[in-house]
Design a protein around this ligand. Structure first.
Ligand code: CMC
Length: 431
């Protein structure tokens, strides 16, 4: 690096290149290599983006070494304790905590957009009854672009605003309908007098034949799960949304792309995979066997809900989620949950093991969330769909930020080509 810290020096084939350094408000400095190819004719190589910033952003900051997660500067622990999901949505979308009037207006706008176009019911009915809810979510959210034409023009700020509110509002309805469809129960319409989390629980668990009272303990826990998953800066699904949107594609299609990315077990699918793993382990005496498998390089098995690309100390969301799991099970009078016992003992044994300590592997947000969701009555197949509901505001906020950025460019990574060099076509009879 050059001494003045305004630029870094690259020496390549005897030539010197000065690369500007940009300083963030928080986090490490960034070497700006945008002109590198034009000046030096080389690319940089960083599969998995382990050292590459793909954008600038003002929304979320993570310090992986400290185990810190801030939304617009506010620590996630404070937001989880003192705020609630729709207020966090406002904060992520608009940059500041709302006044009482602003919050009331925002909640009103979200509440008034929770219904789905009735024709969409036929789209649901085209799926097999045993379709995974995430498969339905990808399809239905993508299909919203065929129903809400008046909010697909990404160049119109008003349409972007309407699309944002629509997606935050409709995502719980879509997830709940996906669930109802797979269990063969009638769809339950949203109720405007309920808050966001209570409405979601009601749409999932009510039936038309009897009244349904939302349990406030479960509603609070649901809201906290939504809050803890609301945004996580440039993770794989958010980067997918940004890349898809960089071509100018409509927001519904881009969020469907984010949902598809979230589905994988290395990302949002980990909550389902984690609970399935805990159930498979079953009893604490089998834990050493699974820890040994996770450490065995010849076994593809990993401890699900463990490890994170960015957190190398602890995941602050996991700490809150663990407390929540204890609270919810306690308040529900479940004090002998075998899955929770296996989870706690697995965490203890893994944290004592040098393999996990050396690789800085800690429980992540998904380690305990499945236990709460299961206690609420959700099947594992709904876990990732619930993550998608929560993360929608993060995707939308990052999308809005990107579209409004005058520096917006289509995302187009380069490659290190290692295939065949130029060769002549060989006719089929001569191969
Ligand atoms: N169990 C056992 N070993 C692990 C695990 C694990 N869960 N995670 C990482 N490792 C090992 C890995 O084998 C590698 O070892 P080595 O250096 O000897 O090759 C080392 O730790 C680094 O792993 P990596 O795969 O290079 O790290 P990454 O940053 O690319 O992957 C991760 C991060 C989250 C994909 C990974 O830790 C993982 O697969 N965890 C399990 C899935 C999971 O819980 N995902 C949810 C993430 S949090 C919610 C979300 O953001 O969606």
């Amino acid at each position: 690096m050059a001494d003045d810290k305004t630029s870094a020096k690259l020496i390549l084939n005897g030539e010197e290149y000065d690369l500007p350094i940009q300083s963030p408000t928080l986090g490490p400095d960034v070497i700006d290599i945008r002109k590198l190819y034009g000046q030096a004719g080389v690319f940089t190589y960083d599969p998995g983006f382990t050292s590459t910033a793909s954008c600038d952003s003002t929304i979320t900051f993570i310090d992986g070494e400290k185990g810190e997660l801030l939304h617009r500067g506010y620590p996630i622990e404070q937001l989880a304790e003192k705020s609630h999901y729709l207020e966090v949505c406002y904060l992520l979308l608009y940059g500041e905590l709302p006044s009482a009037a602003q919050l009331e207006d925002f909640e009103d706008r979200v509440t008034k957009h929770t219904m789905l176009h009735e024709q969409l019911h036929f789209l649901f009915r085209g799926f097999r009854r045993d379709a995974p809810p995430m498969a339905i979510m990808v399809g239905v959210v993508g299909a919203l672009s065929a129903f809400y034409h008046d909010s697909t023009d990404v160049n119109d700020p008003w349409q972007r605003e309407v699309a944002s509110v629509r997606m935050i509002a409709k995502m719980p309805t879509i997830a709940a309908m996906a669930y109802k469809y797979t269990i063969g129960q009638p769809f339950i319409y949203p109720r405007n007098e309920l808050d966001y989390a209570s409405n979601f629980l009601r749409m999932c668990f009510a039936v038309p034949s009897e009244d349904y009272e939302v349990n406030p303990i479960l509603s609070r826990a649901m809201d906290r799960i939504f809050t803890l998953h609301a945004d996580h800066e440039q993770n794989a699904s958010t980067s997918t949304v940004r890349l898809a949107s960089s071509s100018g594609a409509n927001p519904f299609a881009c969020i469907a792309a984010g949902i598809a990315c979230l589905w994988g077990p290395a990302h949002g699918g980990a909550n389902q995979a984690c609970l399935e793993m805990l159930r498979e382990i079953g009893t604490v005496d089998r834990i050493p066997e699974y820890i040994a498998r996770a450490k065995d390089k010849n076994d593809p098995f990993r401890l699900m809900g463990f490890g994170h690309r960015v957190y190398k100390n602890f995941d602050p969301r996991a700490t809150v989620m663990k407390q929540s799991a204890d609270e919810v099970l306690d308040l529900m009078g479940i004090d002998d949950n075998p899955t929770l016992q296996v989870a706690k003992e697995l965490e203890r044994q893994a944290l004592d093991d040098p393999y996990f300590a050396e690789k800085k592997l800690f429980p992540n947000v998904d380690f305990y969330s499945g236990i709460i969701l299961e206690a609420m009555g959700f099947p594992t197949s709904m876990f990732t769909a619930i993550f998608a509901v929560s993360r929608t505001v993060g995707w939308i906020s990052q999308w809005k930020e990107m579209i409004a950025d005058p520096q917006l460019k289509i995302g187009r990574p380069r490659q290190l080509y290692v295939g065949a060099s130029l060769r002549d076509y060989v006719d089929i009879e001569n191969r």
